[in-house]
Design a protein around this ligand. Structure first.
Ligand code: LMR
Length: 401
């Protein structure tokens, strides 16, 4: 019945992560997947999360189905974290929010919702992109296209080319963007650049869809949400997919949110109804356990403060690793410009390493980086950063000889 099917080529990120675990190199380093590891190379269970989990173990409440839109206390917490605690749009009831199965689930529900509302629109995604963005929107029935984003010559933003492209898009085109910690490049827009993007989105009548999976891991919890809040304040209708996978270190609990900031409370009600309809026909409702963990941390003043400190620790550690790589490469590879380790931010850095260099890193040194050259910074720690910079110096030095 199914023998005619094509074999699944595998996912470039998950596939290489699996290959890493099969490798037996004694000093292997996993820089493939966007998971946060601490300085001992462990995926942390945050004390704030543990405190709520202990309460949940003793909580005799039945594990009922959540409503299609998710837990009410979770949804209001998402609105406070993403849109700001005292923002008018939230107070006015203009934001429709649902609990979703991680950030990926938020993108999928958002994609299905948009396809119902604007089936003829195209979805424009940054070049390069997180591969799954194209897959999710194409899977929802959209034609996806790419706008320029990264300039390999500067390892920075191709801002003028991006703006030229956005200025040429027809009204109601969907534009997918990362408000912070761009995946895969780590290259973000400045506040002034966001201002120019907002003007074009307004002038052209475009539909921004913001994917914020790393809030708190770039500049700070509030700072990283700047673009979301600036768009809402400018009066744009904007979709926002957020994830708690990384900043609460609860990947497998599948906790995210989808919010649509609308022009009025009545419009937000209509949108919420349609989001519920989409959820019902895909998976009916989001998980009880993950929902209560997030709501438990974010709605308790002490645990919330503890969580902000925990996220700050992750952010500071990654910035420190970037500094150490930069300093070590200055010594081990004089003449090589490793400034991108400092200018790019968040979990990822886009190295520009060639396919041959990436293979040599894997085979000779056990250093695993995905084929695009995206380095997942949290795989580095004080115990392995020296081996990493030795390995880079070897393969980059070899290409230069
Ligand atoms: C990544 O980009 O590595 C993470 O977001 C994990 C994933 O789902 O791909």
């Amino acid at each position: 019945m199914f023998e005619h099917l094509q074999p699944y080529a595998g996912d470039p990120i998950f596939g290489l992560n699996d290959a890493f675990h099969r490798n037996t190199h004694p000093n292997k380093i996993n820089l493939t997947i966007g998971l946060y590891y601490d300085d001992q190379g462990r995926i942390p269970v945050l004390p704030s999360v543990q405190a709520v989990q202990r309460r949940l173990v003793d909580d005799p409440s039945p594990r009922v189905y959540l409503p299609m839109e998710g837990l009410a206390s979770y949804r209001s917490a998402v609105q406070r974290v993403v849109f700001g605690a005292d923002r008018k749009a939230v107070a006015d009831g203009r934001v429709a929010t649902i609990q979703t199965l991680g950030g990926t689930g938020a993108l999928k529900v958002g994609a299905d919702f948009l396809h119902m509302a604007y089936p003829e629109s195209e979805v424009w995604i940054s070049d390069p992109a997180w591969d799954n963005h194209h897959a999710i929107f194409a899977g929802a029935g959209f034609k996806t296209r790419s706008y320029p984003y990264y300039d390999p010559a500067t390892k920075g933003l191709a801002f003028h080319a991006m703006m030229e492209c956005l200025r040429g898009l027809p009204s109601r085109t969907i534009v997918l963007m990362h408000p912070c910690c761009h995946n895969p490049t780590g290259v973000d827009l400045s506040r002034e650049q966001w201002g120019e993007v907002i003007t074009v989105l307004q002038d052209r009548g475009l539909i921004p869809f913001l994917d914020i999976a790393y809030q708190g891991l770039g500049e700070g919890m509030e700072e990283d949400a700047y673009a979301v809040r600036a768009m809402v304040e400018a009066g744009l209708t904007v979709l926002v997919a957020n994830s708690f996978s990384k900043n609460l270190s609860i990947y497998g609990e599948r906790c995210g949110g989808l919010s649509v900031a609308c022009g009025s409370a009545a419009e937000a009600d209509l949108v919420l109804g349609q989001l519920k309809a989409v959820v019902r026909r895909i998976y009916s409702s989001a998980p009880w356990h993950g929902g209560h963990i997030v709501a438990g941390v974010l709605n308790d003043a002490d645990l919330h403060a503890c969580w902000l400190d925990e996220v700050a620790e992750m952010r500071v550690r990654m910035a420190e690793m970037r500094r150490q790589v930069h300093a070590q490469l200055a010594e081990k590879l004089p003449g090589y410009d490793a400034g991108y380790f400092l200018s790019q931010r968040g979990m990822f850095t886009y190295s520009g390493l060639s396919r041959e260099q990436l293979l040599a890193l894997r085979e000779r040194h056990g250093v695993y980086i995905i084929d695009s050259g995206r380095i997942a910074v949290p795989g580095l720690n004080s115990g392995n950063v020296g081996h990493f910079t030795d390995a880079l110096a070897d393969v980059i030095g070899e290409s230069a000889r």
